[in-house]
Ligand binder design. Sequence first.
Ligand SMILES: [Zn+2]
Length: 64
Amino acid sequence: MSEPTGTAPTENTPRAFGWCHWHQGHAGGVRLIEVIEQGSGAGGAQFACEPCRAVYGLIPYADR
Ligand SMILES: [Zn+2]
């Protein structure tokens, strides 16, 4: 119940509500940061909220 099942929030919506992988909690305005392609295990997409992007200097995947 603490983690999503892999269903990504709407990636094109700037104010999407979703899971932030950096502070390990739900937040509004998450953006897709990294896409991890793995056949098995904990692969998938990593999202970060706005404060975490500022703190860690993260660049949204779509802005690269
Ligand atoms: Zn965060």
